[in-house]
Design a protein around this ligand. Sequence first.
Ligand code: NDP
Length: 412
Amino acid sequence: MKFHQMNWQQRLAAIETTANLEASEKDLFINNYSAINEQMVENYLTSFTLPEGILPNIVVNNQQYQVPMVTEEPSVIAAASNGARMINMGGGVKVTSTSREMLGQVLINEAHFTAVHELVNQQQTTLISIGNAAHPSMLQRGGGLKRITTRDLGDGFVSVDLHIDTQAAMGANVVNTISEAVANYLRGQNVGNIVMAILSNLATESLVTARVALPFKVLAKAGFNANDIAQRIVLANQFSQRDPYRATTENKGVMNGIDAVVMASGNDWRAISAGIHAFASREGQYRNLVTWTHDETTLYGEITVPLPVGVVGGSIGIVPLVKANHKILQVHSANELAAIIAAVGLAQNLSALRALVTSGIQAGHMQLQLKSLALAVGATIDEVPTLVNKLQQATHADMQTAQQLLTEMREK
Ligand code: NDP
């Protein structure tokens, strides 16, 4: 029998045999079973949980938000909260967004660009009607297929771009349905070989820009001059503008915050990550997402990212914890959620750069990392505080030391 033909018990029994699972390991799969999640994926085994924490207060467009964040990385929520604390002292984040549209692509080869272009222009109204007829409810909401453009990709390759307003949803399925309907019609129009139809995750028509203006004093840190910190943040950021190696790491830090909120809000973090990284390369070189500048008194930060997130659709209405997270977030539109996500990305970056240009990233990181280290060597929840304490005093807080200290603790 194939895996997808087995029921859950049969699949688990099969894996138990092939992986030689111990009873306690099998229990992990059983205890985390969810009937809802079983409906969501093929070959379901169990539900994989990650830690969720809260960023207690970030001010975005003059409103305070509590933001649930899902991440396995120890320092992320602490850093976001610290960044938000400084940003709130400076009056919070101001966020603006462009029109919120997704792009569907009908991809054609063996095509004459001019012929496709003219056909799309001449039959624009017909094509829009065909697309919208494939998902009429979106049109009824005021969304749907709005306009169609074409791009010459060279050598007979053409993209017919469908600009689709997906309202409160991320819209992948909606866009794919509409795109396939338009592709089917174009197949009968003798414009070339219609290869496929699918949304693009490079959502350049769902851009969000978040800005902060921070008086130097909000950056204050014991032992450092706030003006110097601001200048060094700008300097650090300039490396990312020049060097993709550094830009990748800086953006990874930004994505620590963005992905954590995207996940907590039940959105597709692969889609968001792919789009954001492609956007970071739009000038032909991978660059930083956040830009920092300063004048005599103030540090200015700005991030622009494509954020086609939804507040309905996908897993959002299905997973109970995601629904609860939306209750915590108190957002009323996709744009509002996108604004918070961009703001958290900015807060995350501020916190990371401030740490990097002052005491270094490890000082804060390791405090939190030590807990993970203690757990990794097998400390029980009760043993963790004592072991962390001992690791803080150790010369090298590495795995071997942790193991040794734990053994000593237990011998005592
Ligand atoms: P859905 O397929 O769930 O579609 C959105 C749903 O929300 C529709 O059923 C729609 O109802 C309903 N809805 C209710 N109110 C509104 C409103 N105000 N505005 C808009 N829709 C509303 O999700 P999406 O189309 O958003 O697709 C997201 C999913 O697709 C994610 O799970 C993603 O992982 C996945 N995906 C991603 C891909 C990618 O990124 N490349 C590719 C394929 C899938 P109605 O039907 O009545 O319009």
